[in-house]
Structure formats: structure tokens, C-alpha cells
Design a protein around this ligand. Structure first.
Ligand code: C5J
Length: 226
């Protein structure tokens, strides 16, 4: 068992049953011209999560532990996008519209791809999801059961929407969940801070959070990741 210095207390995990889940590190959320910006958000906040997520991926890859990536995206005919999602609010462009990175949040379009720094490697599982939670209408649950995973380490965007929703889904399914603090971001710094607090409140009601360094030290006590 490995131990991570985490909040609200030590996160203990068995490396043979632990996977990394990187949520929605997609150009549509992170780069100008994508879905995030069409909703009126300042996407520059997202940039901060890229390097820590890349470093976290490196740690898992060095160990050969399972890595999952998720992408929030829809079929080209939008048959998996409920009108309640597409029609909500007053964005500059809607899901499926033509934008600078192709059709907004549509599978296979450049904007729906994961940013180059965090791109999946061969053998890593990519889950395309129509909702905010990664368990809804996907194979994630079955994939985790097949690999006999019990603990999940999380990264990605946005903290309070798809990351938190998926952590809550995972927590309800009995997984021990750790969120790496620098490897997640929100368009709203105060929402990120509140979400980290919510996750670890009440004795870790949703899970744990820890700085990347604490996780890295637990894996490789001698190493100093850059
Ligand atoms: C949002 C996400 N924020 N990946 N999606 O709509 O958090």
C-alpha cells in the first residue's frame, strides 16, 4: 500500500488497483474559440492545469498504471445531446455549431480533441461522454470493474462541473477518489477553491485532495519532478 499526504487525512491506495482519470482536457474547454469561451468564460484560467496534468500522466505512465481520458462530446447528428443542454442560456455559439476549431463539442472535430500536452498514448482508454459525469451513458463503470480498480486519482477540467460530478458518481459506486489540486482548474478560481473544500469536508465525504508533489513523493520518495 502507498500513502499520500492528503486532505482531510492520509490517502492510502494499492497501486495494483489504482487508475488515473483525466477529465475533459479538451481544446474546446481550454483554448480560445471553443465551447468554454462561447459560454462567456475566461479560458486563460484553464492553462494552469496543463503542466501538472502532463506531469501526473508521466508518473502513471512511468509506473505502467492504467490511464483513462474522458472527452465531453456528442455525435455529429447530436442525437445524444438533449435539447435541454443545447438550448440552455444565451451562448455565442451552441453545441454543434461551426466554430474556429470545427463544430463545437462534436466527436472527431479538432476542438473535441485533448490538448497536445496531455494527449492519450496507445493503450490508454478514451471515454467519450455526452454528460458531465463520466459514468453516465459510457463504458467507464464496466472498464473499471474489468481492471479490478478500487482507487481513482483525478485530474482535469472543470473542477466544479465534470470533475466533481464524476468524483461524486465514483464515490457513490464505492471508489476511493483523490483529486490532484494543481491538475484541475475552473473558469472561476473561487469555484475551484469551494469544490476542493466540498470534496474533503465532513471527513472526505466525496474523497481526498492532495498537491501533486505529495502524490509524486508517495510514488518515488527519491524523485523531484519538474
Ligand atoms: C463543462 C466540463 N464545464 N468538462 N464541462 O461544461 O466541466
Amino acid at each position: 500500500m502507498l500513502k499520500v499526504n492528503a486532505d482531510p487525512f492520509t490517502f492510502t491506495f494499492d497501486p495494483s488497483s489504482t487508475a488515473l482519470v483525466v477529465i475533459d482536457m479538451q481544446r474546446d474547454f481550454i483554448e480560445p474559440g471553443g465551447f468554454g469561451e462561447t459560454l462567456g468564460n475566461d479560458v486563460s484560467h484553464m492553462q494552469r492545469a496543463i503542466a501538472p496534468t502532463r506531469d501526473l500522466l508521466k508518473l502513471f505512465r512511468q509506473k505502467g498504471w492504467p490511464v483513462f481520458h474522458t472527452r465531453e462530446c456528442h455525435a455529429a447528428d447530436l442525437s445524444d445531446c438533449p435539447p435541454a443542454k443545447r438550448d440552455r442560456g444565451n451562448p455565442l455559439m451552441r453545441i454543434g455549431d461551426d466554430g474556429p476549431m470545427g463544430r463545437i463539442l462534436v466527436r472527431g472535430e479538432p476542438g473535441a480533441e485533448i490538448v497536445a500536452e496531455c494527449a492519450p498514448l496507445a493503450g490508454e482508454i478514451v471515454i467519450d461522454k455526452p454528460g458531465k459525469g463520466a459514468f453516465y451513458a459510457t463504458s467507464l463503470g464496466e472498464d473499471l470493474e474489468r481492471l479490478k480498480i478500487r482507487s481513482l486519482v483525478f485530474a482535469g477540467v472543470t473542477t466544479e462541473v465534470c470533475v466533481q460530478t464524476t468524483m461524486r458518481e465514483a464515490n457513490d459506486r464505492g471508489y476511493e477518489c483523490l483529486l490532484i489540486e494543481e491538475a484541475t482548474e475552473s473558469y472561476f478560481p473561487e469555484f475551484k477553491a469551494a469544490t476542493l473544500d466540498m470534496i474533503r469536508a465532513q471527513g472526505g465525504i466525496v474523497g481526498w485532495t492532495a498537491p501533486l508533489k505529495s502524490f509524486a513523493v508517495a510514488l518515488n520518495p527519491q524523485d523531484d519532478i519538474r
